[in-house]
Design a protein around this ligand. Structure first.
Ligand code: ADP
Ligand code: ZN
Length: 723
């Protein structure tokens, strides 16, 4: 029989190898351990073997593992996803088997829970243990995991056990999740009713159906799709909700718990290994009704998946840009189609792809047109920066500063949005003009004062800020140029000395927990002015926030990215949507711009969304680019630039298979970031018509040439990033 391994055996081979059945036999879908040379590997019985080998030379499967067989639906999803993304099937299978210790025998081990009363006076280390346990909210935690989360030694935990504050229990592994009670939620109002009714009717009817749920921030999208979740649970099927950002899960889990009386399963990189194993197992046994997670949750072994919700479906983090390149939003639709599940894509600012699919009737579209209750959308205005004469190294216009002061006086919060991490995007020598770059990448180093170092945002390399110019050697002339959030913070401290300031930037937090705490503190009123990068745009709810100031609204419009206009539109609308969510006071969003007459800026301000999408769609259609045409990026990289270019040029010369389907090939050209981690990067771009069999043509095209060992090649179907 054929066993699919979880490791690719070279590009050409399918990854399926023939083995003899073990004693006692095994069936399709079984998880098995097989010998490969001297190693033992994990695999899944994929079907009948090729049969062309001498039976006497075949080796038997070592053992069948203690896990539910992989269902045909998931196998078919993995195969289709591999075909679509041109990923070797074993790499796809690996995404679906990423559960630590999955193949250990079932057994008991010790877990820790809050036990007796918590004394008032505790050492810092003991306090951290208690806080960590509260954070885990009853999930099974081992000694190792707890000491890591609390940053303390095992003896601190043992001491607490002795003192009777926490309980040590021998727990069976992999407890099922508590049952969720799909009781009715809040009384829905206005167009929420029609939207929820439509979703519930779809769930009850069953089968695959995709819906775009579009509504401004705060209109009740979550409230509405939770009705669909409830309907799914009532039918005895499982529901999956994907969120774009781990920091959002805590708030969401609380909401689900309040609604359904228990916490659902949680799946993302911040979840402990023990808990991940439990989730994987329980999902596969149908004993986890609902999973909330990151994009990789899409590969969990659901037994009867009935609903997939992709919240903030436009978010770029759904596209995995490393390893297997896939878009979780598209893969959610594929999995739904294969297993007969409902798919709900929710957003205030949908991707143009989904907007067009809805416009063409492929997806049903449901709209929530107003904010819940009395909350109104913020008033949006531009500040013309050409008229505001700012002194050097200042970025907050007087108009914006006045608005911030007014909020501060009223006890309300202001958010200053700048999508640039660090202190300054550039460090240059005032003597010779040299810009400090990364040694391994073709990228500028960004100063981070908080770390007191220069950081490369491509590879993460750091170095000290030089006092002498690395190029001309002149001392004391190195200067930061341009603002990052840390530098903006300096200006805020100087100009608003009595304001309490908080900075939200992903690099300033050691852990998801620290970020979550900061977000909770801000939501509770712990800051007057918040400076944030794009993490603030992602659905956090700050009730006291009534002013959003965008420091540089033009930032995203620079560059030639196909989606520059779409991204700027989405980001600005999302950020502005943070203001005035509570309903008592109308929010205000002020966009600092040097080109307030730019059509995108005008569309953002006017709020004429449909008009913007229609114009953007027409432009893409005229240019034959996604979603009206298809694209694939090919990224080649190697330690030496010439061989990479030569190989790319050779590929370009043999473009017959591409031409036969009417596709066009562009390049080779150096990638915009031409070197990353010491590897030179060259890009090719393929454009084809919408219905063209692009993947098959690319596979045939690439199969013509053997790839030199030093060169890496990645195929990016439907690329989102062109760096
Ligand atoms: P969205 O997901 O569109 O941002 P939410 O579902 O989070 O919107 O709703 C915004 C806020 O309004 C939440 O605090 C939610 O609890 C509340 N809300 C929305 N609809 C209702 C309703 N029908 N009854 C009570 N509260 C509601
Ligand atoms: Zn670098």
């Amino acid at each position: 029989m054929g066993v699919l391994l979880t490791e690719p055996l070279g590009r050409a081979l399918s990854g399926c190898l023939d083995y003899l059945a073990p004693e006692g036999g095994c069936g399709t879908g079984d998880f098995v351990e097989v010998p490969l040379g001297p190693r033992r590997m994990l695999g899944v019985v994929w079907g009948a073997g090729e049969g062309s080998f001498d039976l006497a030379r075949l080796r038997p499967v070592t053992r069948v593992l203690d896990a539910r067989p992989m269902r045909a639906e998931l196998r078919s999803f993995l195969a289709r996803a591999a075909d679509y993304t041109l990923t070797p099937l074993p790499a796809m299978l690996r995404l679906a088997t990423r559960s630590p210790g999955l193949f250990d025998p079932p057994g008991a081990r010790k877990v820790y829970r809050l036990g007796g009363p918590v004394p008032n006076r505790l050492t810092d280390a003991r306090l951290r243990v208690i806080e960590a346990l509260r954070d885990f909210a009853g999930a099974a935690v081992t000694l190792g995991e707890l000491s890591e989360a609390a940053a303390c030694t095992a003896s601190v935990i043992k001491g607490l056990v002795k003192a009777g504050v926490i309980a040590e229990e021998a727990a069976p592994r992999d407890l099922p999740f508590p049952t969720l009670d799909p009781v009715p939620g809040a009384t829905l109002l206005g167009d929420q009713i029609a939207a929820a009714d439509a979703l519930v009717a779809n769930v009850e009817q069953g089968g695959f159906h995709a819906t775009l749920l579009k509504g401004v921030t705060g209109s009740g999208k979550t409230e509405v799709y939770l009705e669909a979740v409830a309907a799914t649970l009532r039918k005895g099927r499982q529901a999956l909700v994907l969120l774009p950002e781990i920091a959002l899960t805590a708030e969401f889990l609380k909401r689900v718990e309040a609604r359904f009386g228990a916490r659902p399963a949680e799946w993302h990189s911040g979840v402990t290994q023990t808990e991940r194993r439990r989730v994987w197992k329980m999902v596969s046994e149908g004993r986890a009704q609902m999973v909330v997670g990151a994009r990789s949750a899409l590969f969990l072994p659901f037994q009867h998946l009935g609903l997939v919700v992709v919240d903030e479906e436009h978010d770029t983090s759904y596209k995995q840009e490393e390893g297997v390149l896939y878009n979780a939003r598209d893969m959610a639709v594929l999995r739904g189609a294969i297993c007969g599940a409902q798919v709900v894509l929710a957003s205030a600012t949908p991707s143009l792809e989904s907007w067009v699919n809805a416009d063409q009737g492929k997806y049903q579209r449901l709209d929530l047109s107003s904010r819940f209750g009395t909350a109104e959308l913020p008033d949006m205005r531009a500040i013309d920066m050409r008229a505001e004469k700012l002194p050097a190294n200042r970025w907050i216009s007087d108009t914006l500063a006045q608005a911030v002061r007014a909020r501060q006086a009223a006890g309300e919060q202001s958010l200053l949005f700048l999508n640039r991490r660090g202190y300054a995007p550039m460090t240059i020598c005032r003597a010779c003009g040299h810009q400090v770059g990364c040694d391994d990448c073709d990228a500028r180093m960004v100063e981070h004062r908080f770390l007191a170092r220069l950081v490369c945002h491509q590879c993460g390399a750091t170095k000290p800020v030089p006092t002498a110019c690395p190029s001309c050697g002149v001392e004391g002339r190195m200067a930061p140029v341009g603002p990052g959030v840390e530098r903006l913070a300096e200006e805020v401290v100087e100009r608003f000395p009595d304001a309490r300031l908080a900075i939200l930037s992903s690099d300033l937090f050691g852990s998801a927990r620290a970020l979550k705490e900061q977000i909770e503190a801000i939501a509770a009123g712990g800051a007057d002015i918040i400076i944030g990068t794009q993490i603030v745009a992602k659905g956090h709810n700050f009730p006291l926030l009534t002013l959003v100031g965008v420091i540089d609204a033009d930032l995203g419009l620079q560059g030639s990215d196909l989606r520059a206009a779409e991204r700027t539109f989405q980001l600005m609308r999302q950020v502005a949507g943070r203001a005035g969510r509570s309903g008592d006071r109308r929010g205000l969003a002020l966009l600092q711009s040097h080109q307030p007459e730019h059509p995108v800026i005008r569309a953002i301000l006017s709020g004429e969304e449909e008009g913007f999408w229609r114009a953007e769609a027409a432009e893409r259609q005229a240019a034959g680019v996604p979603p009206y045409g298809r694209m694939a990026g090919i990224i080649l990289s190697g330690p030496e630039v010439q061989p990479v270019f030569d190989f790319a040029a050779e590929l370009a010369r043999r473009d017959g298979p591409l031409r036969r389907i009417g596709a066009q090939l562009f390049g080779p050209a150096p990638a915009p970031i031409a070197r990353v981690r010491g590897r030179h990067r060259v890009r090719l771009l393929i454009k084809a018509e919408k219905g063209a069999p692009l993947q098959a043509a690319i596979a045939e095209w690439l199969a013509q040439l053997k790839q030199p060992n030093a060169i890496r090649l990645a195929v990016d179907i439907d690329p989102q990033s062109f760096l």
